[in-house]
Design a protein around this ligand. Structure first.
Ligand code: SF4
Ligand code: SF4
Length: 380
């Protein structure tokens, strides 16, 4: 059965559905990958996103697509596939990894190839002037990809530089209703006719699939996740990644699979209400995320830490904020490296804050609120 759903143009590549199946959480076994891809198809999704570094994901996708064609008549060539490679290694190393990806996915050519995690300036240098440049010339010359893009968890300036490099025609960014700090970058990319994929809007943006009572009440009559999705789609974000791990994860996507229309007045009221509730809870201690306080001599990511404070105290998403805070310093360049305990109370940031926040005090408070004692190990 062919499912009709709206598609949006994604950079220089093939058109994609408003939702993309992210396959990172589908890698347990072939049955799981098979049933999630099948459900994605019946939801109207035509775009799969994966990476060589997602365990067995590429192999399972290759197998699942073959089986779906044989058993369900879900035609293989109708899927648009994006995979990603890490920005490291010399030409031969990346070339071999990429050939492996094609082999695992059972493809001769991939639609979209993203450089996975341009998080540091050396990663962008690798693409623009290093071995990555040589590799990209090779894939393009040999017609092995339709287009090249990037994903990034890096700084605003680095992402801006990557977008302006004119090398990439799509990008995967962290874009969320509760964290709008990268929305202007998405708009810059869209203006340049790049495709934009929102990474994990359900989870990394505030765990909207498990909302607090505060958030649920504020977003009524909508579910916060539905509103978060609608917010991004109405901004023209090409496609939203859905990191499904079970069939029910597709429910809201199925409802919104053709939702390209502007926000309705009742959606706007609900979104404003969420903001209003957050403002009421935070009062004059809300960090407006303007970044004027940076740089901090101790390299503390002040806006990121205070954003977690906003999300936990303003919207009640405490567990989410704790998880993210306790990951600081433990995920290499994929997340922040210094938490609030590195503040030396030099007060350099204080006069730079237009909201006149007592930043060192708020950092300390956030640290006390979110830091978890290391969990006791079973064998201790
Ligand atoms: S007071 Fe703390 S956060 Fe502010 S600039 Fe000094 S070290 Fe950085
Ligand atoms: S200057 Fe103040 S409001 Fe702006 S990001 Fe820093 S702490 Fe937040």
């Amino acid at each position: 059965m062919i499912i009709h759903s709206q598609k949006r143009s994604f950079g220089k590549g093939c058109n994609v559905s408003l939702f993309t199946l992210g396959t990172m959480r589908a890698t347990d076994n072939l049955n799981k990958m098979y049933s999630l891809i099948k459900r994605a198809h019946h939801t109207g999704i035509n775009h799969l996103e994966t990476a060589a570094s997602y365990g067995k994901a590429e192999i399972l996708i290759g197998e699942a697509l073959k089986k779906l064609e044989n058993h369900e008549n879900i035609i293989r060539k109708e899927w648009i596939i994006t995979t990603k490679i890490l920005p490291k290694g010399d030409f031969n190393f990346v070339k071999n990894n990429f050939r492996n990806s094609l082999k695992n996915l059972k493809l001769k050519k991939i639609h979209n190839l993203a450089i996975h995690g341009i998080n540091l300036s050396e990663h962008l240098d690798w693409v623009l002037n290093g071995e990555g440049e040589k590799f990209l010339k090779w894939v393009i010359k040999n017609d092995l990809v339709d287009q090249v893009g990037f994903s990034s968890h890096g700084s605003y300036k680095l992402i801006e530089k990557a977008i302006n490099s004119e090398i990439f025609s799509f990008c995967n960014l962290h874009l969320h209703f509760l964290d709008q700090s990268k929305i202007s970058l998405a708009q810059l990319a869209l203006k340049k006719k790049m495709g934009v994929l929102a990474i994990s809007p359900a989870d990394k943006g505030g765990r909207l699939y498990a909302p607090s009572d505060t958030l649920l009440k504020a977003s009524a009559p909508y579910h916060p996740l539905e509103l978060g999705y609608r917010f991004l789609l109405s901004k023209g974000i090409t496609t939203l990644s859905l990191g499904a791990s079970k069939i029910e994860d597709f429910n809201i996507a199925k409802k919104l699979i053709n939702s390209t229309q502007k926000l309705s007045s009742s959606e706007i009221i609900a979104l404003n209400n969420i903001e209003k509730v957050g403002n009421e809870q935070l009062k004059s201690s809300k960090c407006e995320q303007c970044r004027s306080c940076l740089p901090c001599p101790s390299e503390i990511p002040i806006p990121e830490i205070l954003r977690l404070r906003n999300i936990s105290m303003g919207y009640g998403q405490l567990e989410f904020a704790k998880e993210r805070y306790n990951l600081i310093g433990r995920a290499g360049h994929w997340w922040e490296e210094k938490n609030a305990s590195f503040c030396i109370e030099c007060n350099e940031c204080v006069p730079k804050c237009p909201s006149k926040l007592n930043i060192p005090e708020l950092l300390k408070q956030t640290h006390d609120l979110l830091l978890e004692k290391p969990k006791k190990r079973l064998w201790d």
